[in-house]
Design a protein around this ligand. Structure first.
Ligand code: B12
Ligand code: SF4
Length: 527
């Protein structure tokens, strides 16, 4: 059979990190079948284009996996494929696991999938493919409707070396003049990839809004260190072969949830020279450990994504996240920053303790910390979460099927101390305050005053421009020019300092092969 694994886009943001599931399932497809992958977040095909692709490539089976906010696109695309080509469509992933009946046409919506796979499909996918090849797909895969929880002990490394990653090359978005500037600044990369790698699944914390504990379970399952190291070494080979800056996104829900296991992995990475710059998600409470932070830094850890959610105890308690202690945030961020590890701090607006003025309050707290990349979202009740169930019982859901009509940053339920308009306004206020030109300038001043290298300064500047662009989309070149103009003093400061330093240094030959970790190492090549 010819199989297409398709990731529907979310209409709103693009993301250029490949989704892991299609690569994982491709590897678990029994031999004798051809698997193609289209990630709609990168190749944003319209539905007619997708149907045309399925016909042109004579596809026999389509698999789609999606989060809640992509469900509408998935349903519409699947209906078009099924009715116009007759090719069967199988759904999997967190949304369909929560609401299988919706896709099977049992809730009043037209049927969109021939079959749904509940939970983790590592072990059920081969059966699905074989059933499809025989023309006898079942409607539902997964025991008792609860899904399978595979052990990750025998997890084979994803064979990234045999895959074409060019669609995910981030450097292709860099305009030529900027590339030339990169060369002048001796940034030695032709390509840039962020590759997802998982080492464990599960999280015991059970925050009220999160689907992870329900979907992956409280019990942590992990891969062997050897399997992870083999994958990292293969990525290092890709980096060296293609002059690419390959960064790894460890997509584990809570990378440090088993601290000793993580430490042993990081020690092995260092020992076996399997370090690449990496990003991971770690709860802030788990970073109160100097040894761990030191290992994170030495193994290539550069950014930690942490769900701080709020700076208010009441709001944190309301969402079952009382283990976050706002009074400890600054100390932890400072510890990270001393090791040249930085944080993407995620906040949720609209928690039950939140009140008008909260957006500005968070922004003023953030301004007192070492620089971070703050992101803000409006609390959204995802199906099958304790939050969804509570709000439903309390009669507070304003759009109970909000995924059928996703509007970014739009309220979907009645907040406890704010109107919907007020809550939406607080999100806007938080973004605006944290991404004002003066906040860019403050970040740059702090980095210089604290002796952070050019690479770190540049990384912050670029990341802050991109993050700002996600919330305040820059629809055309002119709006980017205005944004860059507004921040031109900061940009000029950064570039001039670099050029002046270079002018005063001896000429250095650009190395043909550079360890990708170097660029983020916190030291400058000419120092
Ligand atoms: C990495 C990640 C991201 C990355 C995505 C980049 C990337 N390339 O992966 C980033 C940081 C950008 C991101 C953003 C968001 N994310 Co996210 N993210 C994750 C995370 C941590 C890992 C995803 C992953 O790869 N998991 C490992 C793979 C193996 O698991 P899987 O994808 O579930 O696949 C398995 C099964 O589901 C199934 N399966 C999946 N698809 C298919 C398809 C078929 C055909 C079959 C048979 C089986 C199958 O089999 C797979 C193997 O067992 C998950 C949490 C988690 N642990 O999954 C959240 C998660 C997916 N994200 C979530 C959310 C809410 C978001 C955001 C909306 C947050 C926000 N408010 O902005 C955004 C939306 C981004 C967007 N593009 O629209 C939710 C989704 C909940 C839901 N019901 O929709 C999750 C589950 C976390 C949570 N807190 O609940 N995310
Ligand atoms: S700590 Fe993170 S992954 Fe775990 S339940 Fe809370 S939000 Fe979800």
């Amino acid at each position: 059979m010819r199989i297409l694994l398709y990731v529907p886009d979310n209409h709103v943001t693009r993301n250029f990190v490949p989704q892991l599931w299609p690569f994982l399932l491709r590897q678990r497809t029994p031999s004798g079948h051809d698997v193609s992958i289209i990630d709609g977040n990168v190749d944003r095909l319209s539905i007619p284009e997708l149907v045309g692709w399925v016909q042109d490539h004579r596809i026999d089976l389509v698999g789609m996996g999606f989060m809640t906010r992509m469900a509408r696109k998935a349903y519409d695309a699947a209906i078009a494929i099924r009715t116009q080509t007759g090719v069967p469509v199988v759904f999997g992933g967190p949304h369909v696991t929560s609401l299988p009946d919706e896709a099977l046409g049992r809730t009043g919506l037209p049927r969109s999938a021939d079959a749904v796979v509940l939970g983790e499909a590592d072990e059920t996918w081969a059966e699905v493919v074989e059933d499809a090849a025989r023309g006898s797909l079942k409607e539902v895969y997964g025991p008792d409707g609860h899904g399978v929880k595979p052990t990750l002990e025998g997890y084979a490394p994803i064979d990234w070396e045999s895959l074409d990653l060019s669609r995910f090359d981030l450097m292709r978005f860099v305009p030529d003049p900027v590339r030339r500037l990169f060369r002048k600044l001796r940034i030695p990369y032709d390509k840039g990839y962020v590759v997802p790698v998982e080492t464990s699944r599960g999280c015991p914390y059970g925050c009220e809004f999160c689907t992870v504990t329900g979907f992956f379970g409280r019990k942590i399952r992990s891969r062997s260190n050897d399997s992870v190291i083999a994958e990292l070494l293969a990525l290092k080979r890709i980096a060296a072969r293609t002059r690419a800056l390959v960064s790894v996104f460890f997509i584990d829900d809570n990378f440090a949830i088993q601290r000793e296991r993580l430490k042993s992995l990081l020690v092995e990475m260092i020992r076996q020279d399997a370090c690449l710059p990496w990003i991971a998600q770690i709860s802030v409470n788990l970073l109160d450990d100097e040894e761990l932070v030191d290992l994170i830094a030495r193994s290539g850890g550069r950014f930690i994504f942490m769900g701080l959610e709020s700076v208010d105890h009441e709001s944190l308690r309301a969402t079952h996240k009382g283990f976050n202690k706002p009074e400890e945030y600054a100390r932890t961020l400072d510890r990270l920053s001393r090791h040249n590890v930085h944080a993407v701090t995620s906040f949720i607006v609209g928690l039950d303790g939140d009140r008008p003025g909260g957006g500005a309050r968070v922004a003023s707290e953030v301004a007192t910390w070492p620089p971070v990349l703050p992101v803000f979202g409006l609390l959204t009740p995802y199906p099958a979460t304790p939050l969804y169930e509570r709000l439903e019982k309390q009669g507070r859901l304003l759009r109970p099927k909000h995924w059928l009509d996703v509007v970014a940053f739009k309220g979907t339920f009645q907040f406890s101390h704010m109107s919907v308009d007020e809550a939406e306004g607080e999100v806007r206020a938080a973004w605006r305050e944290c991404y004002r030109p003066r906040s860019f300038a403050r970040t740059q001043r702090w980095l210089v005053a604290n002796g952070k290298a050019f690479d770190v300064q540049a990384m912050f500047l670029v990341a802050r421009l991109l993050f700002r662009g996600i919330y305040f989309p820059q629809p055309n070149a002119w709006s980017w020019i205005r944004l860059i103009g507004a921040n031109s003093p900061t940009i000029a400061h950064l570039v001039l300092r670099r050029l002046l330093r270079r002018a005063s240094a001896q000429p250095v030959v650009v190395p043909s092969k550079v360890d990708p970790v170097d660029i983020f190492q916190g030291r400058e090549p000419d120092e």
